[in-house]
Design a protein around this ligand. Sequence first.
Ligand SMILES: O=C(O)C1=C[C@@H](OP(=O)(O)O)[C@@H](O)[C@H](O)C1
Ligand SMILES: C=C(OP(=O)(O)O)C(=O)O
Length: 744
Amino acid sequence: MHSTPSSVPIVNCLVVIGLGLIGSSFAKGVRDAGLAQEVVGVDLDPHSRKRAVELGVADRCCNDLAEACKEADVIMLAVPVLALQTLLGQIADLKLTDTIITDVGSVKGHLLTAAQKVFGVLPPLLVPGHPIAGSERSGVEAANSTLFKHHKVILTPHEQTNPDALRCVQQLWQGLGADVESMSVEQHDRVLAATSHLPHLLAFGLVDSLAKRNENLEIFRYAAGGFRDFTRIAGSDPVMWHDIFLANKDAVLQQLDQFRDDLDVLRNAIAEENGRHLLGVFTRARVAREHFSTILAQRAYVETMLDNDLIFLANPGGQVNGTIRVPGDKSISHRAIMLGSLAQGVTEIEGFLEGEDALATIQAFRDMGVVIEGPENGRVVVHGVGLHGLQAPPGPIYVGNSGTTMRLLSGILAAQSFDTTLSGDASLSKRPMNRIAKPLREMGAVIETAPEGRPPLTIRGGQRLTGMHYEMPMASAQVKSCLLLAGMYAGGETSVTEPAPTRDHTERMLSGFGYPVEVNGPTAKIESNHALTATHIEVPADISSAAFFMVAACIAADSELLLEHVGINPTRTGIIDILKLMGADLSLERIREVGGELVADIRVRSSRLKGVEIPLELVPLAIDEFPVLFIAAACAEGRTVLRGAEELRVKESDRIQVMVDGLTTLGVDAQGTPDGIIIEGGPIGGGEVWAHGDHRIAMSFSVAALRAQAPIRIHDSVHVATSFPNFLELCGKVGMRVAVEEQA
Ligand SMILES: O=C(O)C1=C[C@@H](OP(=O)(O)O)[C@@H](O)[C@H](O)C1
Ligand SMILES: C=C(OP(=O)(O)O)C(=O)O
């Protein structure tokens, strides 16, 4: 049956030669969409020709090439790769003048060689193409007009390809819903040899190798899931694949040789019982597919939050009750991976934050050859390589949304023997990196940045760093930590003085790994020539994540919440001090020390908050908690004034502007100042606000809904997974009414 055409025809007559799965799906797609006035099918098999007409694949079919191609505007060649040369020869004999020729073959170099031979030149109307789509089914009976929808089609125009012909073929594919891309012939054949041809060869080869052994029946009797998954593609068309391997010989051999070398190394690792090598390969491979799609999409790391405009719908009201433990501390998780990797021995981490930012740090060190097991329920095992054991990564290191990863890692990379490039997502690509690049350069590092000191960073290896004293112009734990880490490699002494106390996890953890650091008031000092020794790390719950629930329990009516095992390192407790100044009913219970960090359970009850002037010295101690503190301020009686917080403008978003915008939308009187905000407490309405991809903004407005009069829709909330992957789950558990809005 011929369904109703939905498009304006792009060509008058399309001829499809070869009515297999791909040819007939193309023909049927074009015909169903009305992209051609007439679709003519050509096939040697009379049954296929007959069925093609019956199934609505073609308007008519014939056997005679000259007859079929007489009126053709476009000829699509959909025959096995090795049949192309003969077919092109027959077409050349027809002496067609204005007909575009395109194809669907899996090898492109071979097609061009054949065309050159047959025509004497590369015909300008030849547009080589390759749809990356298929199915185990074959033949005209399997024709499927939607086979190419959302699949990639690669066109490989040659130098003389006529642009109008290229556009026409591109439009046909796009009309079938395909995503069309261009690449060179050589690149196409190399990439496909690796991603498609090699796996097929391995599947065919393995099945045959097992099948011809004596005990083959036994083997196949017990061949279960793994074998079936790996060898599924050995069921593909043998003739087609025979053609592909012969046609793409050189590129396939190159990939095969490289793989054979890697296989030999794996073989030796087994023979020599080198478990570390095996673990390295397996732990990297396990995450590799997800890792590369992450980079390609320029997103952060957790797949469930793929959608770019993920909207949180926060319904008004609710209470906040119960006992919860929020995920592990982000700052400590990053540092545990970094120091664990550079230590001698095996470091075990518990309570690790399985959020995208911390996963980015794991991936970075895996890229540099460190074997890292997990995370599995917060447990990570890092097989340290020592201070000088990192290896050059295979390509740029992608750190997603994580400023901490990029800045701290730079200090380590500045002292390595190899070059590295660090890149990040759209938000991170706007954040300032000169704050670390400048002092590192003073120590002898060679670092290139994009304009205005933005990422990506290219850090040149092989430099000798020299220690120095640095007076930090801003209160930043990331800058301090970056320089202390570089200081482990720099000749002499490296010391950093901070203008105000900032989080000191790096200093504490260095000591925990047995690396001496001297802290004298605002100055931390480190020398090279010491070593890190593996240790056990228990990561407490992140006070920055707990902050959302502290404010939630304060502002909601009839609430009492216990937050368990929260890190209360004195350089992080600004949120507690500020909330107490505002009159919060908040108490610390069971204060204890765990692995060099103070931990407590925090009890919070509904409170009548009042506006305050936030003391300047508390600003760096609560730097990540201000977005949610602004919500507390909006719910407080009177005015809250924040100054000295210009750093908020260079976080994942400009947190002053973005919060002013959102609060204003909700009817709250909020004025931004260059270094802070002035908020008058008052009623909170509902409406549409934007998180601008900033996790803490999305979570803050989720909390605001507890006191809102109407729903709050929070756009661009996808990055909550960077620091708090189970935020919504915990909201539901305590009684908050926030969820991902179902897409219509
Ligand atoms: O060192 C760290 O782990 C962090 C330091 C702070 O950044 P700055 O150093 O830029 O203030 C903070 O905002 C960030 O979330 C984590
Ligand atoms: C600023 C933050 O993180 P980073 O700088 O690591 O992106 C944050 O988590 O609020």
